[in-house]
Design a protein around this ligand. Structure first.
Ligand SMILES: Cc1cc2nc3c(=O)[nH]c(=O)nc-3n(C[C@H](O)[C@H](O)[C@H](O)COP(=O)(O)OP(=O)(O)OC[C@H]3O[C@@H](n4cnc5c(N)ncnc54)[C@H](O)[C@@H]3O)c2cc1C
Length: 455
């Protein structure tokens, strides 16, 4: 009997395991992973957003174009998953918690990033023929995206996890190391000091994947580095019988603001989710920044018009897996060793699509669109440029300016000049040995600079 191990119990690992079990019940499947409070999938909103992920910085990127082109299939895979979970009584009701996304832009707002991102969405909707409604009033512009919706990621993932525990082997331990055996199997040592052999191993450990790959003997590291994109969000709910927790029937959000996905409110089964902050680092930071939490509360009241007064809250926290070029790493690292991580801000939206096609691929069926994605995301590819270097530097300055505005900080010419120099140095460093000139994403410039250029 063929044996497959999957490392990682987030959305990607769980859905690959489910898909594998559905399509190939005769395979011996083992899913590894300790319960981890920083799993990105559990901290996610979870908006199934594709058009509303488009912003003024990523509009022209080949990955954005691929996503817009393939979005119908990605959404269809959610419907297929919903049906499967209902038919097999894995869930008692539909996974969806809302039926559309409303992106709103305050006419009084002067944030250029938001304005430009709103325009980018409109442009993409037109180009890709997406059914949207534009609503304009004196104080607001709204874009209603009918095809997008949200789920409760915790309910979904816990139900799938519980189900898998009854049909495959699920181990509450992490993979510690990987070695190729003489008989061409992969030998896994886990955190409970047990060793097992497998024909095929899939690494789906989100932000921790790179760490595990570095512990795989004889396997080269991908060319593109990955980082921890710590994200925090609020789960607000009433603790008093006479105060009602606000309820939403659609996702409400502002446009993307570069690093973060704007401020958004999403219905969850046990409260209202208000997300989400973003801070990318090479370190696994443990706590959100107090400014981020303040911005979430202010944003909820100012942009989403949600009154949080008298409500209680919990903080949801997790790592977005972020790569240097903001493109996921998906593909084969060695014979029968696969990895899939780096999905950043919208990995949950794509998890059913990615899982289905990865499983099909392992068993010989290669879809043309999936193949196109694999070419973009190959682990040993060169970094994909975020665009022309000068434009990337200007985008970085723009995002820093409005980030400061959002956090009530001063952004003057002195700061602009200092950041411009930093951005130039970061680009010089990253392009030092390369003939191809790579433009960096806003969020990565600081990491490259502080790790490599600051003396
Ligand atoms: C605050 C926030 C909000 C977000 N909102 C959205 C959203 O609205 N929509 C959307 O589409 N996406 C959203 N995302 C992004 C999305 O969550 C991620 O892209 C996606 O969930 C990543 O899934 P994953 O399975 O790769 O990683 P994770 O969910 O992080 O799972 C990785 C798992 O691997 C485990 N692991 C680590 N090391 C090992 C090891 N050695 N062995 C075994 N297991 C290991 C970890 O414990 C973890 O359980 C959000 C993320 C955050 C943080």
């Amino acid at each position: 009997m063929k044996t497959v191990a999957i490392a990682g119990r987030g959305s990607i690992g769980l859905l690959i395991a489910l898909e594998l079990y559905k399509k190939h019940p005769n395979i011996d499947i083992t899913l590894y992973g300790e319960r981890n409070r920083y799993s990105g999938s559990y901290a996610a909103g979870a908006m199934i957003n594709i058009l509303s992920e488009i912003d003024c910085f990523n509009f022209d990127h080949p990955l954005s174009k691929w996503k817009l082109k393939n979005r119908t299939q990605a959404l269809q895979e959610w419907d297929n998953l919903d049906n499967y979970l209902l038919e097999n009584q894995i869930l008692g009701k539909s996974i969806y918690t809302s039926t559309s996304t409303r992106v709103s832009l305050d006419n009084r707002a002067i944030n250029e990033v938001e304005k430009n991102s709103f325009e980018s969405m409109l442009k993409a909707a037109k180009e890709y023929n997406i059914d949207v409604e534009l609503e304009v009033t004196d104080d607001k512009k709204g874009l209603l995206i009918k095809e997008e919706n949200s789920i409760d990621s915790n309910v979904l993932l816990e139900s799938i996890d519980n189900y898998l525990q009854t049909v495959i082997t699920v181990l509450d331990c992490d993979v510690k190391s990987l070695n190729k055996t003489n008989s061409d199997n992969w030998s896994i040592k886990d955190s409970h000091h047990k060793e097992r052999n497998f024909d095929t191993v899939i690494i789906a450990c989100g932000a921790w994947s790179e760490k595990l790959i570095s512990q795989a003997e004889g396997v080269s590291m991908p060319n593109i580095q990955s980082f921890y994109g710590i994200g925090s969000a609020l789960l607000v709910k009433s603790q008093l019988p006479y105060i009602k927790t606000p309820e939403l029937t659609q996702i409400i959000r502002t446009p993307n603001r570069g690093g973060t996905c704007g401020i958004h409110g999403v219905q969850r089964n046990n409260g209202l989710y208000i997300g989400a902050s973003s801070h990318t680092s090479h370190l696994a930071l443990k706590y959100p920044n107090p400014e981020s939490i303040r911005t979430l509360f202010e944003g909820a009241e100012r942009f989403l018009e949600i009154d949080t007064y008298e409500l209680g809250f919990e903080i949801a926290i997790g790592y977005r897996p972020v790569t240097t070029d903001h493109v996921p790493i998906i593909g084969s690292l060695s014979e029968n060793l696969w990895c899939i991580y780096g999905t950043k801000r919208d990995g949950l939206s794509w998890a059913p699509y990615f899982s289905k096609h990865l499983v099909n691929h392992l068993f010989g069926s290669l879809d043309r669109n999936w193949y196109e994605l694999l070419t973009l995301c190959a682990p040993y590819r060169k970094a994909i440029s975020a665009g022309n270097i000068d434009e990337c530097i200007e985008s970085y300055l723009l995002s820093k300016q409005w980030e400061d505005y959002q956090h009530n900080r001063v952004f003057d010419d002195k700061k602009r000049n200092k950041l411009r120099l930093m951005a130039k140095e970061a680009h010089e460093f990253i392009n030092r040995d390369s003939d191809k000139q790579i433009g960096l994403n806003n969020e990565i410039i600081n990491i490259v600079y502080y790790r490599n250029c600051k003396t």
